[in-house]
Design a protein around this ligand. Structure first.
Ligand code: HEC
Length: 496
C-alpha cells in the first residue's frame, strides 16, 4: 500500500547518542571524584608531615630532650658517645636523652596504633640499621638527590591502598652534633620522612558521592529517553497523517483519470458510430425505395409479395430510425438554439405523448414538477427526448416486474432545485420500483449499443444519446439503483 517513512533508525541513533553523553558525563564525574580522593589524601599527608617536622624541629632545637628511661624508651645506643646521655634527677630518677629521630619514631608508632597513619623516618645511609628505607622510599630518596622536593603516589601497602607522601630532610648545622661523624655537611640530603594515608575512608565518601551521581544520571537518562519516545510517536503520527493524505490524493487522481478515459471512449465510439451511420443511410434509403416500388408496381392480386415488401419497408424503417439516432448521438450539439424553458412545460409535453401507453400498461404516474421552479436554458426538444427515454425505460422495468396490474406499479417524476459542488441544479428524478439494475450494468449503462433488453425492442442507443444530450447542456445524468427494489435516474441541468 503506502510506503512508511522510517524514523525508527533516527530515534535509535539519538537514543545511543544520549546514552553515550550520559555515560560520558558519569564517567567524567567518576574520574574527577577519584582524583579528588587522591588530592584530599595528599593534603592530609602534607599536614601530617608538617606536624612531624614541627615537633622534630622543636626537639632538635633543644638538642634532644630528656625523658625517664624505661623499657619502651631505653637509652639510645647511638648516643653512647654523647656526654650526659644518661643523667639522674635530684630526686633520683634515671633520665635519658632522646634525639629527634628517636622521638619521631616513637610518635609514628603511636600514630600507627591509634589512627592507622604510617610515618617513617629513613635514610639511604641510616645510623640505625632498622631505619633503612623500603624500595619506594629508596627511589624517592634517590630522586631527592636529583633535586625533587616532594614525591607522592597511590601504592598498595599490604592489603590496603594508601597515598604515600615523602619529603627530604636537609642537614643543618645543628644536626652535625650527632651526624657529623657520618660525613654530612649542611645542605646534604640527610634522609626523609614518609607518610602513608589509607584511602579507604575517602573511598567510602567517594562511593556515596558517585552513587548519588549515578542515580541522578539514571533519572536524567530515563527522562531523556521518555522525551525521545514521546517525540518519536508525535513525529510518527504526523508522518502517518501525511502518508494518508498523499494516498487519498492519489485515489482522487486515479478516479479522475478513469473518468477522463471513460469520456474519451464514449467520444471515440460516437465518432465511429456517426461515420458508420452516415455510410449506411444511403443504401438503407435505397432499399426502402425499392421495397416501396415493389408495393406500388405489384398487382393487388399478388398479396403475398406486397406483404413481404411491406415487411421490408417496416424493417428498413427500423434501421433508418437506428441510423438517425446514431447520427444524433454522434453530433449532439444540434442546430437548435438553447432558450429558457420550464421543466413543467417539458414534462407536460412528454406526458401528452406517452400517457396513453402508461394507462394501457396500468402504471400509476406521480408527477411533481412545480411550475414556479427556475427555468433552464436548453434545447427543450432534446430534453423532452431524454425525459421520454427515461420514462420509457422505467415503463419497461415495471412491465417486466409486474406484467399485470399491481398497486406498486408506480412511476414518479419529481423536479426540484438542489445545490451541489457550488452550483445550483434543477434535478429531475424519474423513479420506478421495477426490476432494478445491478452495479455491473450501471457501469456500462451510458455506453452506446449497450442493452439489457433481450428482444429487438431497444437499439441500445437511448441512454447513451440521453447522456450525450444532458452533457451537452452542461448537465449530468446519473443513476442509482438496487436490484429488485428501485431505479432512480437524476437529470441535473444547471440553473443560470
Ligand atoms: C642529639 C643527637 C642528634 C641530633 C641533634 C640529630 N640527630 Fe638525627 N639521629 C640521631 C640518632 C642517634 C639517630 C639514629 C637512632 C634513632 O633512630 O633514634 C638519628 C637518626 C636520624 C635519621 C634517621 C636515619 C638514620 O640515620 O638512622 C635522620 C633522617 C636524622 N637523624 C636526621 C637528622 C637531622 C636532619 C637533624 C638536624 C635537624 C638531626 N638528625 C639531628 C641523633 C641526632
Amino acid at each position: 500500500m503506502f510506503e512508511r517513512t522510517k524514523i525508527g533508525p533516527y530515534i535509535i541513533v539519538l537514543a545511543i547518542v544520549w546514552t553515550l553523553l550520559v555515560s560520558l558525563s558519569l564517567g567524567w564525574n567518576f574520574v574527577q571524584s577519584q582524583r579528588g580522593i587522591v588530592e584530599l589524601a595528599k593534603a592530609e599527608a602534607r599536614g601530617v608531615y608538617n606536624k612531624d617536622l614541627v615537633y622534630r624541629r622543636w626537639a632538635a632545637g633543644h638538642g634532644g630532650v630528656y625523658v625517664p628511661a624505661t623499657e619502651e624508651t631505653p637509652p639510645s645506643p647511638f648516643l653512647a658517645h654523647v656526654d650526659e646521655r644518661d643523667i639522674i634527677s635530684p630526686s633520683g630518677r634515671d633520665l635519658t636523652l632522646v634525639n629527634p629521630a628517636y622521638m619521631t619514631r616513637q610518635v609514628h608508632e603511636l600514630a600507627r596504633a591509634q589512627y592507622g597513619l604510617r610515618g617513617h623516618i629513613t635514610s639511604l645511609n641510616p645510623l640505625r640499621p632498622e631505619n633503612a628505607p623500603d624500595s619506594w622510599e629508596a627511589d624517592s630518596l634517590t630522586a631527592f638527590e636529583q633535586g625533587v622536593v616532594e614525591v607522592s603516589s597511590v601504592e598498595e601497602m599490604g592489603s590496603e591502598s594508601c597515598l604515600r607522601f615523602m619529603r627530604p630532610m636537609i642537614t643543618e648545622a645543628r644536626c652535625l652534633k650527632c651526624h657529623a661523624e657520618q660525613g654530612y655537611k649542611p645542605g646534604d640530603i640527610r634522609g626523609g620522612i614518609s607518610v602513608a594515608v589509607p584511602l579507604a575512608p575517602y573511598k567510602a565518601v567517594a562511593v556515596r558521592h558517585v552513587a548519588g551521581l549515578a542515580i541522578g544520571h539514571g533519572a536524567l537518562w530515563i527522562l531523556g529517553l521518555t522525551g525521545l519516545c514521546c517525540g518519536a510517536s508525535h513525529v510518527r503520527e504526523r508522518v502517518r497523517q501525511r502518508d494518508r493524505a498523499e494516498h487519498e490524493l492519489r485515489e482522487v487522481e486515479k478516479a479522475l483519470e478513469d473518468q477522463r478515459r471513460q469520456q474519451q471512449r464514449l467520444e471515440s465510439i460516437g465518432t465511429l458510430a456517426g461515420g458508420v451511420a452516415h455510410e449506411i443511410n444511403n443504401p438503407v434509403n435505397g432499399v426502402m425505395n425499392y421495397a416501396q416500388l415493389i408495393i406500388d408496381k405489384t398487382d393487388d392480386a399478388d398479396v403475398r409479395i406486397r406483404e413481404l415488401a411491406g415487411e421490408i419497408v417496416n424493417e428498413t424503417e427500423r434501421v433508418a430510425l437506428i441510423v438517425r439516432n446514431l447520427l444524433q448521438f454522434a453530433r449532439q450539439s444540434n442546430q437548435q438554439h438553447q432558450s429558457p424553458a420550464r421543466m413543467a412545460d417539458i414534462t407536460t409535453a412528454t406526458l401528452s405523448l406517452i400517457q396513453t401507453v402508461m394507462r394501457h400498461d396500468q402504471i400509476q404516474l406521480q408527477i411533481n414538477v412545480p411550475e414556479d421552479l427556475p427555468t433552464v436554458k436548453c434545447r427543450s426538444q432534446q430534453i423532452q427526448q431524454v425525459l421520454m427515454n427515461l420514462m420509457t425505460n422505467a415503463r419497461d422495468a415495471l412491465n417486466e416486474r409486474y406484467p399485470e396490474y399491481h398497486e406498486n406499479k408506480t412511476m414518479s417524476v419529481v423536479a426540484r432545485e438542489i445545490e451541489e459542488d457550488g452550483t445550483n441544479w434543477l434535478r429531475t428524478t424519474v423513479e420506478d420500483h421495477g426490476t432494478g439494475i445491478s452495479q455491473e450494468v450501471c457501469d456500462h449503462l451510458f455506453e452506446p449499443f449497450y442493452t439489457t433488453k433481450p428482444d429487438k425492442s431497444g437499439t441500445g442507443l437511448g441512454l447513451s444519446i440521453s447522456h450525450g444530450i444532458v452533457k451537452d447542456h452542461g448537465g449530468r445524468l446519473t443513476v442509482e439503483s438496487e436490484v429488485g427494489k428501485y431505479t432512480r435516474f437524476h437529470m441535473d441541468l444547471p440553473v443560470r
